[in-house]
Design a protein around this ligand. Structure first.
Ligand SMILES: [Zn+2]
Length: 282
């Protein structure tokens, strides 16, 4: 898929300012997107399955399940973009009836054996699946899409009236994104992450697709230590820029604050890198 000369995927505006690595920012809604996307493919090596990564994905699944359970207690759940199924498994073990779907057969094959019969390749899902869900989850998918509004519309028939859709996506207005700019790990993969949101414009896409937004907020799906590890490369580059030394001193100070305290103060500094949206099909 080659996408050339994209216009704003949120508000269809053509005017945008150039940022870096091919990213531009819409002057109207603030959406950051890749202007020209060169063929996007998700080869097997896009997915990692070493034990450390597995542990991280399980931790993330647990945290995301906590969010889900605030809004939906039980019923039928579709996890759209489930990759190797850690969240599907967690929801299944906690009493949900589940189906997960993904474009990668490689990722699905790497899911635990107890949920293999609950996973469908996206093509099969589109062709064969027609059962309506109480909740659709879509963790870290929207930023990969050229047209997020169309995807949200496409999912409506799979959701009961009154059913919930819960998504996560990088928060482009988080502290780290704004501080590290092009060095932010979220901006390092323009071939995959092609559309970014803030709280305001993500609300807009749900409204455009005729969902009712119930809640929009940001979280850290990982521990802050992981976040810092993720930002370390960008951080090192920032350190060696003379004009950023004072800022580095501040950030370096943050690194040595214990985990628990960082969790407590993070909301006040918008460290939370991930946006969560809970919306209802009406
Ligand atoms: Zn826009």
């Amino acid at each position: 898929m080659n996408l050339e000369n994209r216009i704003c995927p949120i508000c269809d505006n053509k005017e945008a300012v150039s940022l870096w690595n091919g990213y531009v920012k819409c002057v109207l809604c603030g959406c950051i997107y890749v202007k020209n996307v060169k063929s996007v493919s998700y080869e097997d090596n896009y997915y990692y399955f070493d034990s450390r990564e597995k542990e991280r994905l399980d931790m993330r699944a647990k945290k995301l399940f906590k969010i889900l359970s605030k809004y939906v207690k039980n019923g039928f759940l579709i996890d759209y973009g489930c990759a190797s199924g850690e969240f599907v498994n967690f929801a299944f073990k906690n009493g949900f009836e589940v189906v997960g779907t993904d474009i990668s057969s490689y990722a699905l094959k790497n899911a635990d054996s107890n949920i293999q019969d609950k996973l469908l390749l996206l093509d099969d899902f589109k062709k064969k699946f027609n059962k309506k869900a109480d909740v659709i989850t879509m963790w870290d998918v929207l930023e990969h899409l050229d047209s997020p509004i169309d995807k949200l519309k496409e999912l409506k028939p799979y959701l009961k009236i009154g059913g919930k859709i819960i998504i996560s996506t990088p928060n482009v207005e988080s502290f780290w994104a704004k501080f590290l700019k092009k060095e932010w790990h979220g901006f390092n993969i323009p071939q995959y992450h092609i559309t970014y949101f803030n709280k305001k414009n993500i609300t807009k896409i749900f409204n455009s697709a005729s969902y009712k937004c119930i809640s929009v907020y940001s979280i850290n799906p990982m521990s802050p230590l992981f976040l810092i590890k993720n930002s370390a490369v960008g951080l090192t580059r920032v350190i060696f820029r003379k004009d950023k030394r004072i800022l580095y001193a501040i950030v370096a100070g943050i690194i040595f604050i214990p985990d628990k305290i960082l969790e407590l103060i993070a909301p006040f500094f918008n460290f939370a890198e991930t946006l969560i949206v809970v919306a209802e099909n009406n």
